[in-house]
Design a protein around this ligand. Structure first.
Ligand code: GLU
Length: 447
């Protein structure tokens, strides 16, 4: 048996959407599962629409996803070969130069057409089974605009054969092209590869992912702080699953598990929310230091940042969100918050002024007694008895202790629980924030 060779053959005429990269993922995983090669071929025969920046972005996205190619080609580098085979077909009489009446400005007066004898073409699609197409209606289709400008159908067939591609794994939208390409293949005397046309990917509104709907450069997801292992994992599950309960597979586990036999026929849905949850899973796997470096997280105090990682793991679904939290809702951990006296006293039980100050003073003693590095659980054990004692005096007493504490530490209406906050700030800084709060609570009312 020949070694498996697959290819990903994007046209650099725009940014590719996630569905296109799913094709790359399947082609890569299949090749690697069978210890074969994975080729990337940039199909830039459409010189007017192909742009270097799109090509660069595609290669960048593939590198980000960790889909290294065993060989990378640019279709335009094979012009001489395409020309040679076009000449051969013309010499054989299977293709001919056709004089055309230009229909629109810019139309050619001469093109190269394939002499189509009609009939039907049948192939056995790895995913969809036998597909038969009547090719009579295709007529003598165009295979090149000139000897140096083969159309995509011709170039694909030549390159696949020259690159010894064994499995053409591509989007389902190419099914209708296959018969035409097989006619060219036969005329050139090339063997037919196996074809596997992948299920379509729809967006959450069940519309086809296209250049307009959901067309996002994959690198935008990277910039939002999606991990490549999460994106790879997510894309691999668009139309495939390993046939067991596992939801999260690493790069190597995907290679091990992947096969075309489990690719579904029906379309798959690209669901952003699901992607975020897969990403959160992979974020949570990272040790604190990796979490910080891979997330490009920065903060004035690195030691403190390490302590905040569990909070970020709990809350952030992307590193973009984590970065926003650090500079937004969690920034008080690095900068002393401004306190508002009314807020600080907001939960004093009616008719019992002074509860907040007394509570904060009681807490000061308890916290001063703690050592650096104390856990949130130990803090809870030390502090809850004070809050419970206040509750015993009257309903709402617990909040009357915990609220001024949390507010003293965070200056925010919504924040993590006070035990977590003290464990991050440390006893020293917590004490100084509580002292500041006591001073604010003690100021005489403004007139
Ligand atoms: N260049 C084609 C495209 O971007 C893919 C060709 C193929 O996979 O056969 O749609």
């Amino acid at each position: 048996m020949n070694p498996v060779v697959t290819r990903f053959a994007p046209s650099p005429t725009g940014y590719l959407h996630a569905g296109n990269y799913r094709t790359a993922v399947f082609a890569y995983l299949f090749a690697k599962h069978h210890r074969g090669s994975f080729i990337v071929r940039i199909e830039d025969t459409d010189a007017a629409r192909s742009k270097p920046e799109y090509e660069a972005n595609i290669l960048e996205a593939l590198a980000w996803l960790n889909l290294p190619a065993d060989a990378t080609y640019r279709q335009s580098d094979h012009r001489a070969r395409h020309r040679q085979l076009l000449e051969k077909l013309i010499a054989d009489g299977t293709a001919y130069v056709s004089r055309e009446k230009p229909q629109a400005p810019g139309d050619r007066e001469e093109v190269i057409r394939f002499k189509n004898l009609g009939g039907s073409v049948t192939f056995s699609d790895v995913i969809r089974g036998e597909i038969t197409t009547d090719v009579t209606d295709l007529g003598d289709f165009i295979i090149a605009r000139s000897l140096d400008e083969p159309v995509f159908h011709f170039a694909v067939v030549v390159d696949d054969a020259d690159e010894r591609v064994t499995h053409v794994i591509r989007g389902g939208d190419h099914i209708s092209n296959t018969a035409r390409q097989m006619l060219i293949q036969r005329a050139l005397g090339f063997p037919a590869p196996l074809y596997a046309h992948l299920p379509l990917i729809l967006d959450s509104q069940h519309k086809k992912l296209g250049k307009r709907t959901g067309a996002k450069a994959l690198t935008e997801y990277r910039d939002r702080g999606i991990l490549p292992e999460a994106m790879l994992n997510y894309l691999a599950y668009l139309g495939w699953n390993p046939g067991d309960e596992r939801e999260y597979l690493s790069h190597d586990e995907l290679i091990e598990a992947f096969d075309l036999a489990r690719v579904q026929k029906g379309s798959a849905i690209f669901d952003d929310v699901k992607l975020l949850s897969v990403n959160q899973h992979w974020m949570r796997q990272l040790p604190a230091d990796d979490f910080i470096s891979r997330g490009n997280l920065a903060a004035p105090d690195t030691e403190k940042l390490r302590k905040i990682v569990p909070l970020l793991k709990e809350r952030a679904r992307t590193f973009g969100e984590a970065r926003e939290m650090l500079s937004g809702e969690l920034s008080f951990l690095f900068h002393e918050p401004k306190l508002d006296k009314n807020q600080l006293l907001a939960k004093e039980p009616p008719g019992r002024p002074g509860t907040a100050i007394t509570a904060l003073q009681g807490l000061l003693g308890a916290i001063k007694a703690l050592s650096e590095g104390v856990s949130a659980e130990a803090l809870k054990e030390a502090i809850m008895p004070l809050a419970n004692a206040e509750e015993a005096k009257g309903k709402g007493g617990r909040g009357a202790v915990l609220w001024p504490l949390r507010y003293a530490l965070s200056g925010a209406e919504r924040s993590p629980d006070p035990f977590t906050l003290i464990s991050i700030l440390g006893p020293g800084e917590s004490v100084s924030r509580i002292q500041r709060a006591i001073a604010v609570a003690s100021t005489s009312p403004e007139r």
